[in-house]
Design a protein around this ligand. Structure first.
Ligand code: ADP
Ligand code: MG
Length: 727
């Protein structure tokens, strides 16, 4: 009987590219499934349109009668797009399982029919929220939650459903999602940044955070996926030797993308463009069958919604092309993992990117102000940045195979390092002489508008300045970008607020505005020095050096999450009205639960697969060897012993690995039983990390040895080389 592996292989051999009709003119259909401003102008009465635009710009809520008008035109428009149903679309806190994206998109009930749709239904819904994680919030307060319309992110039609982006909150007002705190963090950064911009330009009244994400992913054939229960259930290969011909050749990078993949990409890109997602680039990543998709950056909240939509879209479209998208951070050990770089910047209503050097000393002082404030914010909150990217998946990636280490640092390039050193050394205490001021103005004026030296060397840093934005590279590929974006924007808002207070104090003490700013920048440059690192972030020396500098290196999620208990952190989030203490506690609890859940599943699957797939195949092969040895002895008599030496050696080796593997699996099972009894989520997560997860690599070591020793024909699971290098 053929193994599931052999059957899968037969399926793969039959595959053909699924050609997609090519639409030539993207501008003809960009955003055609989105209820965007232009459509609103067409469908809404003039007054309602203006109110709606004002609500989008300022975040104010809409009058109920206006909401009725918006709902009615939204419905009329959606029906022209073929929609029959509508749903509130929200982002609950279960970032845990492979079904995650389904959950994001799971309609409220199965989606409700669209004919009845008014302002009430647009503005607020009461989903059956009992199955979404809440970290205990609803247990103690109020059982229900509701979703509320977010007018700043436009509604869209997918298939036959009108999707309305919403926040998700408990009846007591606590957020149960990622969107609500993100919107609050974006408000906080808006306020704080506008105040600081006022030093430079009175016309600035609004600052938005921009986000440009880069989504990495693997593609494997659907049949191969179905033949690997570990990948199906955990998103990653728990077993398997890395292919002999793998990434060391690096011939895949920017190589020609096989036709089947090209057609898949074209298909999902066309659909993404219809949903207004501005996808543009497409190239192969470093590992075999690894790819990336990166759209043009957008306002942060919208960009994040678009990322979530795109992940869902990719998974759906891939199935049509007989592929399975693996979004996991580390699907294949020994090969590159997948990240989701978050490129972040701040932009004003006057059209200025606050993290791009300007044309003259004034705009460059503004640039330096925001630049140094970012570095200071990162310095003061490095542990929070580590915590917001922590997950069971990302633990496998950080610090391994071309992924940034778990140590947070910032790379700024040699040019800007020199500029900061100059300020640090040469800004004087007390009154600055007119010559000093002139010199500084000249030097600052010289900062080139495009800083070139950052492009190549930024690759090893978790957070790199790349000329006009910071790139947070440590974010995992499955992550909801809201997590890092809540942190980046909150810590920056806090930093800018403190900066404003300190500069104003200096001005009150008779410093001129520029002097006060320069002196404050100097202080911040001194205070945040240890976070700046220009060297190789992948090297072992950096681990030593970072320890000497007193930077933390949290290798696992449970430890990384500890920072959420810090009273300073809680005070910051409460001060800026982003999260309450209670919401923080609930989120932390959910993170622990997700972590436990992931490791529990991985450990179970590991046990099942060794028991049911690997051990039987190994014994089967061993029996063949034994029969062969017995046969040789029979035929050759005494000479049989020598003639079967290799087989005997194999039998012994196989027994050794089999015994060790089985023994380790049994021990892991005992450990799991023990750890499962722990009540407290944090304690349990730590125990899972230290007492269960520690078996994974050892068990894998022996199964991978067995994969190598056992007859290829008998091995039940598709091998990594087969999954990764098929056409
Ligand atoms: P790399 O792969 O070298 O990091 P890419 O060109 O793939 O570079 O990605 C650059 C990313 O930075 C894109 O997603 C782009 O949209 C984003 N980006 C560019 N300017 C900004 C900005 N001002 N704010 C946020 N993101 C930006
Ligand atoms: Mg990048």
């Amino acid at each position: 009987m053929a193994t599931i592996r052999q059957n899968a292989f037969q399926d793969v051999l039959k595959r053909e590219p699924q050609y997609v009709k090519y639409d030539s003119n993207i501008s003809d259909f960009f955003g055609e499934h989105v209820f965007h401003a232009e459509v609103m102008r067409e469908y809404l009465p003039d007054g309602a349109y203006k109110m709606m635009m004002a609500a989008i710009q300022s975040g104010t809520s809409l009058d109920r009668s206006i909401a009725d008008q918006v709902a009615s035109s939204m419905k009329d428009w959606a029906i022209t797009k073929g929609a029959t149903h509508y749903t509130h679309w929200f982002q609950p806190l279960n970032g845990s399982t492979a079904e995650k994206h389904d959950a994001f998109f799971k309609p409220v009930g199965p989606g409700r029919a669209i004919e009845r749709f008014d302002g009430d239904l647009l503005v607020q819904q009461e989903p059956d929220a009992s199955s979404f994680p809440n970290g205990g919030i609803r247990n103690t307060f109020e059982a229900r939650g509701y979703s509320a319309w977010d007018p700043s992110s436009p509604a869209f039609v997918i298939g036959r459903t009108l999707c309305i982006p919403t926040i998700f909150v408990s009846y007591t007002g606590e957020s149960l999602d990622f969107k609500m705190p993100l919107i609050k963090a974006l408000n906080a950064i808006d306020q704080a940044a506008v105040e600081v911009c006022q030093y430079f330009d009175k016309n600035v009244t609004k600052v938005i955070a921009t986000l440009g994400w880069e989504q990495e992913y693997f593609l494997i054939d659907k049949a191969m996926y179905n033949a690997r229960p570990d990948i199906m259930m955990t998103g990653r290969a728990l077993f398997g030797q890395a292919p002999a011909k793998g990434q060391q050749l690096e011939d895949h990078y920017f190589g020609s993308i096989p036709e089947r993949v090209t057609e898949f990409m074209r298909d999902f890109e066309m659909k993404a463009i219809r949903l207004g997602i501005p996808v543009t680039t497409r190239h192969n990543e470093v590992a075999p069958n690894q790819f990336e998709c990166a759209p043009i950056f957008e306002e942060c909240n919208l960009a994040n919604d678009h990322n979530l939509l795109l992940m869902d879209l990719m998974e759906k479209i891939a199935l049509k092309h007989n592929f399975k998208v693996l979004l996991h951070e580390k699907p294949f050990a020994g090969m590159n993992g997948s990240g989701k770089h978050n490129n972040w910047s701040l932009s004003t209503n006057t059209g200025v990117n606050l993290l791009a050097p300007g044309k003259n000393p004034k705009t460059n002082l503004q640039f330096l102000t925001f630049f140094v404030n970012t570095i200071k914010a990162v310095h003061d909150n490095a542990d929070l940045l580590r915590a917001c990217i922590a997950s069971a998946n990302n633990d496998h990636r950080l610090g391994a195979n071309e992924a940034p280490p778990a140590i947070i640092s910032a790379f700024i390039g040699s040019y800007l390092s020199n500029v900061l050193d100059d300020i640090e050394l040469n800004v004087k205490d007390g009154k600055m002489s007119p010559e000093d001021k002139t010199e500084f103005k000249m030097n600052i004026g010289k900062i080139p508008q495009i800083i070139m030296d950052n492009t190549d060397r930024n690759r090893t840093s978790p957070l790199a300045f790349t000329g006009n934005k910071f790139e947070f590279r440590a974010v995992g590929s499955t992550a909801n970008c809201a997590k890092p974006m809540i942190i980046m924007n909150t810590i920056m808002a806090k930093q800018l607020k403190d900066f404003k207070v300190n500069v104003d104090k200096r001005i009150a003490k008779s410093d001129s505005k520029d002097e006060a700013i320069l002196k404050e920048l100097q202080q911040m440059i001194k205070d945040s020095k240890k976070i700046r690192f220009e060297g190789n972030g992948y090297g072992e020396e950096w681990v030593q050096e970072a320890a000497r500098r007193g930077l933390n290196n949290f290798k696992d999620t449970p430890r990384a999450l500890d920072i959420w208990d810090d009273p300073r952190v809680i005070a910051m989030f409460e001060e800026l009205d982003v999260l309450t203490k209670r919401e923080i506690e609930a989120r932390k609890e959910i993170e622990f639960e997700n972590y436990i859940y992931k490791l529990q599943i991985e450990s179970r699957v590991m046990g099942d697969l060794t028991q049911n797939h690997i051990i039987p195949a190994v014994i089967n092969y061993q029996n063949r060897l034994i029969a062969n040895v017995q046969g040789l002895m029979q035929v050759l008599g005494d000479d049989g012993k020598e003639a079967s030496a290799a087989q005997r050696e194999l039998i012994t080796k196989i027994s050794m690995h089999l015994n060790k593997m089985k023994h380790l699996c049994d021990e892991m099972l005992d450990a799991r039983r023990r750890v499962n009894k722990i009540e407290d989520a944090e304690e349990k997560a730590v125990a899972y990390c230290d007492e269960v997860k520690c078996y994974f690599d050892d068990i894998r070591y022996h199964t991978d040895k067995l994969e190598y020793l056992v007859d290829d024909e008998l091995w039940p699971l598709p091998k990594l080389r087969e999954m990764l290098l098929t056409k």
